[in-house]
Every structure is written in structure tokens, then in C-alpha cells.
Design a protein around this ligand. Structure first.
Ligand code: CMP
Length: 134
């Protein structure tokens, strides 16, 4: 099924000038970038975006981190885009990620894991709408 999903290149990767390399990995894997922008969100916006994690012990640090510097957000479109994006990103913890995945190649730690991707169709719709309201 042709789907759309949201991808975020996180502050650690933007700071290291990895945006073009990461975009190339997506497009080489048949995920087309339909829209994109570089932004710097507030901690309040990060808290809203990651609301699903609000009961987790790492929530506050996660929101501080996502708002600590510019991020690059993209709408990716392609066949099975949600699962394909997650396959291409690799496991949440770079230590556990498969070879040649983005998180294995560029992730620094479970917090600074370079990219975020929507985990379901429902969340993809919500997350795309969060950053790209019409
Ligand atoms: P992301 O895919 O952006 O979704 C939530 C983020 O929380 C996750 O990537 C990690 O960067 C971060 N995180 C920090 N600690 C943990 C943890 N123990 N388990 C899962 N995610 C964590």
C-alpha cells in the first residue's frame, strides 16, 4: 500500500550536517520526500509531539533534547512507507540496530539516535498533521 509517514532528522544529526546523506538513504530506498522543512521547536511543542511517551521516565529529557537545536522534518511517501522507514532507520537503540541502518551508521546513543519515524498509520497521520498543517 502507498503510504505517507513522518520522519524527523534529530538535532544530533542536523548538527553533524547529515541531512543530505540521510535524505539520500531514503530516496535510494524508494521513499520519496513529498515535503520538508528545517525548524527549531520549543520544549512545549516537543512535549505535545511526544505526548504518547508522557508517562515514561525519559519523557522530560526527550522533550528537552528534541527542542535543543534545529530538526529537519519530512513527509516520506512510498510502498509500505511506515514499515519501510522503520526498517531503514533500524532499532531505537543504535547498539541494537542492524548494519547499514541509519541509526547504526549515525546514531550516538538511545537519546541521540539521529532519526524518528512514525510507528503506525494512525500516528503517521497525526504526526504529519502536527508539522504540516494545511
Ligand atoms: P523515537 O523514535 O524518536 O521515539 C521516542 C524516543 O525516546 C526514542 O526515539 C529514543 O530516542 C528516546 N528514548 C530514550 N530512552 C528510551 C528508552 N529507554 N526506550 C525507548 N526510547 C527511548
Amino acid at each position: 500500500m502507498i503510504e505517507k509517514t513522518l520522519s524527523i532528522i534529530k538535532p544530533d544529526a542536523v548538527e553533524r550536517n547529515l541531512v543530505d546523506e540521510i535524505k539520500k538513504i531514503f530516496t535510494e530506498n524508494n521513499l520519496n520526500i513529498k515535503d520538508s522543512k528545517k525548524i527549531h521547536i520549543s520544549k512545549e511543542e516537543a512535549a505535545e509531539f511526544y505526548k504518547v511517551h508522557q508517562s515514561k521516565p525519559f519523557y522530560d529529557a526527550l522533550c528537552s533534547y528534541l527542542s535543543s537545536g534545529p530538526i529537519f522534518v519530512m513527509i516520506l511517501e512510498g510502498k509500505n512507507a511506515i514499515s519501510e522507514n522503520r526498517r531503514i532507520m533500524g532499532a531505537t537503540n543504535p547498539k541494537d540496530a542492524d548494519p547499514n541502518t541509519i541509526r547504526k551508521l549515525y546514531g550516538i546513543s538511545i537519546d541521540k539516535n539521529s532519526v524518528h519515524g512514525s510507528d503506525s498509520l494512525d500516528n503517521a497521520k497525526k504526526e504529519i498533521n502536527f508539522f504540516f498543517k494545511n
